[in-house]
Design a protein around this ligand. Structure first.
Ligand code: SF4
Length: 146
């Protein structure tokens, strides 16, 4: 049986790798060779540390959790359209001069439009999405997550 810290690291690495899609808790534990009880404890720990987000999800008539990373590593795709990369004023641009990123409209527009096409991962489900019959404590969801 892997140590819990090892399992936490592996689980976090796997969840981060799933990106915006996330992964069903049961699929993750199968992938890592852990029991569902062990896996539930680790996912709760990762959530408590603020590293992942868990959302209840109905799968084949049973409630389980889908795990999402709270943060994703930056990729080159996220800056490929930054206006500074091809800006003719790049060499002269400096925060201490009149030509500054602090007051650049092109950069401001780019920043304000960041993430408008990507789904939000920091948001949880709104209360009206949750049904009243959903389990409220982890022991219920845990027992269903086989
Ligand atoms: S902040 Fe504006 S002016 Fe400066 S390099 Fe970027 S796009 Fe060019």
């Amino acid at each position: 049986m892997p140590k819990r810290n090892d399992l936490e690291q592996k689980a976090l690495h796997y969840v981060v790798g799933t990106g915006y899609q996330g992964v069903l808790q049961s699929d993750l534990w199968r992938e890592l060779g852990a029991s569902s009880r062990e896996g539930s404890r680790v996912s709760i720990k990762l959530e408590e540390k603020g590293l992942i987000r868990r959302e209840k999800e109905l799968q084949e008539g049973r409630w389980t959790y889908r795990l999402y990373p709270k943060r994703l590593p930056a990729s080159i795709e996220t800056i490929v359209d930054c206006p500074c990369l091809l800006c003719p004023d790049n060499a002269r641009c400096d925060p201490t001069t009149a030509l500054s990123p602090k007051s650049c409209p092109k950069l401001t527009d780019w920043i304000l439009n960041l993430g408008k096409e990507a789904p939000a991962i920091a948001e949880g489900p709104s209360a009206d999405v949750l049904e009243p019959s959903m389990p409220e404590d982890d022991s219920v969801a845990e027992s269903l997550d086989t």
